[in-house]
Design a protein around this ligand. Structure first.
Ligand code: C2E
Ligand code: MG
Ligand code: MG
Ligand code: MG
Length: 283
């Protein structure tokens, strides 16, 4: 079994012979078949807590897709998300994650409110193809309706690469999504094609600073300068900043001092199955 051989990590899709393109094709056809089976055993959602850096309280969770391939073990998300994007399977996969995550967090919130805790939000990643596709607004509305999750408790994480392909279509979609009442976050900010005009022109409420900058907090002054510049700009634009990939107390306290409101990272918790968070989130 690949799981034993690779310690849970995916084995190369095809040992040497197949091209990257053939690999992608196989990944996406396997993924399509798995989605059709509708079972959660292979394809499931992990949750990573998001904390308020002032209070230390968990205020939300990010939903992250996981795929345990029966023969190959855990497939890295970067790999199967890219294949799903290229083949169009991303729409069905995205729908599944939206539905499951909304339902899970609505369930946690029911118990939390009973126990006197404030409800959590859930962040769901939305790839460029999904955002440009025709069904994203309907998919979001359906997930909200079926789960009963309040729209302002759902955050859609988009990346700047979505803006490269069809900026006007994306602006239209974001406006429609904002009309549904959901919140928009800009993920991995600072990597790729960061343009300050994106922050100014798009209806974005949360900026997630990429972990490559957070890594240098407390040690690399250039990274601190980037984080300070982003929080300074974001706060003047009325946006809130989240530091991704917080791994140490030093990074945490520098992120807080430099103006980040929220933190997410292995310092608090790694992404994990919902059942493992029940006790932590609903006390
Ligand atoms: P992302 O949205 O930026 O998610 C954060 C990634 O950082 C996750 O990787 C998470 O496990 C990792 N991470 C969190 N804290 C730490 C830390 O302290 N240190 C380090 N080194 N890493 C940390 P993951 O789960 O492998 O996901 C990778 C990417 O795959 C995500 O990046 C997202 O772009 C994409 N992805 C995952 N699930 C979905 C999904 O359902 N839909 C779409 N469209 N994309 C997804
Ligand atoms: Mg994300
Ligand atoms: Mg990110
Ligand atoms: Mg990322």
């Amino acid at each position: 079994e690949a799981k034993q051989a690779g310690g849970g990590v995916c084995r190369a899709w095809d040992a040497g012979s197949a091209s990257a393109q053939e690999d992608r094709y196989r990944i996406s056809s396997d993924l399509r078949r798995t989605l059709e089976r509708k079972s959660d055993a292979q394809l499931w959602v992990a949750y990573q807590p998001i904390v308020d850096l002032m209070t230390g309280q968990t205020v939300g969770v990010e939903a992250l897709a996981r795929w345990d391939h029966p023969a190959r073990g855990a497939v890295p998300p970067e790999l199967f998300i890219a294949a799903a994007e290229a083949s169009g399977v991303i729409h069905a996969l995205g729908r599944r994650v939206l539905q499951q995550a909304s339902q899970q967090v609505a369930r946690w919130n029911e118990s939390r409110v009973q126990e006197g805790h404030s409800p959590l939000w859930v962040s769901v990643n939305c790839s460029p193809k999904q955002l440009q596709g025709p069904s994203i607004v309907e998919d979001v509305q359906a997930a909200l309706l079926e789960s009963g999750l309040a729209p302002e408790r759902l955050i859609l994480e988009i990346t700047e690469s979505a803006l490269l392909v069809g900026p006007s279509l994306v602006a239209e979609r974001l406006a429609a999504l904002r009309n549904c009442g959901v919140v928009i976050a800009l993920d991995d900010f600072g990597t790729g094609y960061s343009a300050l005009s994106h922050l100014r022109h798009l209806p974005i409420q949360i900026v997630k600073i990429d972990r490559s900058f957070v890594a240098g907090l407390g040690s690399i002054s250039a990274d601190e300068a980037v984080v300070a510049a982003v929080t300074g700009l974001a706060s003047r634009l009325g946006q809130t900043v989240l530091a991704e990939g917080v791994e140490t107390r030093v990074q945490e306290s520098r992120a807080r001092q430099l103006g980040c409101t929220f933190g997410q990272g292995n310092l608090y918790a790694e992404p994990q199955p919902a059942a493992d968070l029940d006790r932590v989130l609903v006390r």
